[in-house]
Design a protein around this ligand. Structure first.
Ligand code: GDP
Ligand code: MG
Length: 329
């Protein structure tokens, strides 16, 4: 158990709040997984230690550190604006108050995105459509998600909607065989919307709880990809007007600000309801989580911090902030 700073409701005081990671067997603490991201932020500690006063130099250096950690201009600007406001209002009086204030602002930025994806039993099957460019970790995340739902005692079915590459269909099939999960697939170059339509029909008939549909991340053109995804949504709605219940974008944290561009493009084309950020373990670019929160204001459902099933974790804002900027030791 540990604590982080947050602004009180009136915004005139910093208070601490406890955050508690809910560890699963065999799981490393998130802190251990986000070491490289933390490395970037730890530059802040040095700055504050050397600072004898809160002056423009210190604030400039903080701003640079946040930008270097990949928070992006918009999120960094927001945090700096709030920091300036805090200095004006007396919330931040001495150098020692600065890091708690930064931590509180980081938390304020991502806290609204902490919205766990609940499988609604009244939607049977609960349909999750996975979208994202090639290589971000869609198929891997599907496997991890399926594992999670199986462990919760739910019936899971997968739809091999990435028909652009034969290997993609095989990857999902192999996973399904190993885990005894049905996978609806057709051959390479089959119509993706037709595969997913069949899967939804079959899932309904069999009383499946959760259907997760994979999709292509690359087609002949970007327009082609986006119109295929739109078509998939349309054909699903013919069977269940509420499906898909979740359109989840997967982005790779290692691609930095590109992830943000992808989020904007996919949202415009298909309307996202949630985001999963993968590969936060292998990258120093964890700041992208804050950039996405600032720009998209969408739920961040999960974060991927490794290749094993337990490495897909529900997004917890307090734990995340603590992992990238721990102040309580
Ligand atoms: N280190 C790490 N690797 C990941 C994570 N998620 C996915 N990967 C790897 O990323 C690569 C591409 O994943 P894949 O699921 O095939 O991507 P897709 O093209 O979007 O379906 C694979 O080697 C995965 O093992 C993660 O959270 N951490
Ligand atoms: Mg894939």
């Amino acid at each position: 158990m540990f604590s982080i700073f947050r602004r009180n409701k009136a915004g005139n005081k910093l208070e601490t709040t406890e955050v508690r990671e809910k560890p699963v067997d065999g799981q490393d603490p998130l802190e251990a997984r986000l070491e490289r991201t933390r490395g970037h932020m730890s530059g802040l500690f040095g700055l504050i230690k050397q600072a004898s006063a809160i002056d423009d130099d210190l604030l400039d250096d903080i701003e640079t550190t946040l930008l270097t950690a990949d928070l992006g201009v918009a999120a960094t600007t927001r945090i700096m604006d709030r920091l300036h406001a805090g200095i004006k209002s007396g919330l931040v009086e001495q150098p020692g108050d600065v890091l708690p204030a930064v931590q509180a602002e980081l938390y304020a930025l991502i806290e609204p995105c902490e919205q766990f994806l609940a499988v609604e039993p009244e939607n049977k099957p609960f349909v999750i459509l996975m979208v994202g460019v090639n290589g971000v970790g869609k198929t891997t995340t599907i496997g991890k998600l399926a594992r999670r739902y199986l462990d919760d005692g739910l019936n899971v079915m997968l739809a091999a909607g990435d028909t652009f590459r034969a290997a993609a269909v095989q990857q999902l099939k192999t996973w399904g065989e190993r885990n005894d999960v049905p996978v609806v697939a057709q051959g390479q170059d089959a119509d993706s919307a037709a595969v997913i339509f069949d899967a939804l029909q079959s899932a309904r008939a069999k009383g499946v709880d959760v259907l997760i549909a994979d999709t292509a991340g690359r087609l002949h053109t970007q327009d082609h990809l986006m119109s295929e995804l739109a078509k998939i949504k349309r054909v699903m709605a013919k069977i269940d007007p509420d499906a898909p219940h979740e359109v989840m974008l997967v982005v790779d944290a290692g691609t930095g600000q590109n992830a943000l561009v992808q989020a904007q493009q996919f949202d415009q084309a298909v309307g996202l309801t949630g985001i999963t950020v993968t590969k936060l373990d292998g990258t120093a670019r964890g700041g992208i989580v804050f950039a996405i929160a600032e720009a998209m204001q969408l739920p961040i459902r999960f974060i991927g911090v490794g290749e094993r099933a337990v490495d897909l974790r529900p997004f917890d804002a307090g734990t995340f902030v603590h992992a990238v900027l721990p102040l309580d030791q």
